[in-house]
Design a protein around this ligand. Structure first.
Ligand code: IPD
Ligand code: CA
Ligand code: CA
Length: 267
């Protein structure tokens, strides 16, 4: 993707993200329908659907040769990362949206032939926009984010992680996870994967890990964290496959290997 086209898409996408955020914020106290999807805690609202539809309509009208990969059904059924793909989570943190009316984000990652080129994570209620273009750094409301600290020690690290994985489960050895929790300085669970990536990029948490995320949860976050020096892999240290669900570990490379080797034990 050449720089001129990239800049044009970035500017356009930024306007749509801010517009969508403004609409959500204006309607935040209006009643909306909540239904469940895969399980009783997997929520979706009319706001999720309306926001995704807004993006899909604008993208299809302005960029008819681009593809969309998204959560709520307005996207394409894709089997390849070829071409330009907008990977969209209209509201990441729907449970927070429903219960708290805050702590949720719009997440948009734009990939070209499998390479993450542009990322936006918008904390709607705080009006904080995290953004990145590949090779040009990451920004918080247009202010550059500093590169991540190189020598953070795991004992002094704060990790974003889902406490669900400390309970008995089929995927990971919960004893190893418990050991990790006792090793680090503290843990946080924010309830929005996109915001957790943004906080890693900002350096206010030192890493984020979770066991199963969809492409739209991670697409923008991977781009934004990479620009400040973080690595994103699965918890086994493998490359992320963007068209599948992945486990995720995002952090500075200095603690990534230690976390994987010492604490990430599969069942
Ligand atoms: C969810 C959030 C949550 C993560 C879940 C995701 P949604 O996204 O990112 O933090 O733990 O796995 O599904 O459903 O609110 O878009
Ligand atoms: Ca999500
Ligand atoms: Ca969502």
């Amino acid at each position: 993707m050449n720089n001129e086209i990239k800049q044009q898409i970035f500017d356009q996408a930024k306007k749509w993200v801010l517009n969508a955020g403004r609409t959500i914020k204006e309607k935040i106290d209006d009643p909306f329908d909540v239904t469940t999807k895969s399980n009783p805690n997997d929520l979706v609202t009319t706001m999720d659907r309306d926001t995704e539809q807004f993006f899909a309509e604008h993208i299809r009208k302005n960029y008819p040769d681009h593809y969309i990969l998204s959560e709520e059904g307005y996207g394409d059924d894709l089997s390849s990362m070829e071409g330009t793909i907008w990977i969209i989570d209209p509201i990441d943190g729907t449970m927070n949206f429903v219960h708290q009316r805050r702590n949720f984000a719009i997440s948009v990652g734009i990939y070209h032939d499998g390479i993450g080129e542009i990322g936006f994570i918008y904390d709607v209620m705080n009006e904080v926009l995290y953004s990145a273009k590949r090779g040009e750094g990451s920004f918080k409301n247009d202010v550059p984010l500093a590169p991540l600290k190189q020598h953070v020690n795991l004992k002094e690290a704060i990790l974003g992680l889902n406490h669900f994985w400390l309970c008995e489960n089929k995927l990971v050895d919960e004893k190893s996870m418990q050991k990790l929790v006792r090793t680090v300085r503290g843990t946080r669970t924010y309830g929005s994967a996109a915001l957790e990536f943004a906080y890693v990029a900002e350096g206010i948490v030192d890493g984020y890990m979770t066991m199963s995320l969809a492409p739209w949860d991670i697409a923008a976050g991977i781009i934004i964290t990479k620009e400040v020096g973080a690595v994103s892999t699965t918890i086994d240290g493998d490359e992320i496959q963007m068209l599948e669900k992945n486990s995720i570990l995002t952090c500075h490379p200095t603690i990534q290997k230690e976390i994987i080797q010492e604490y990430m034990k599969r069942k």
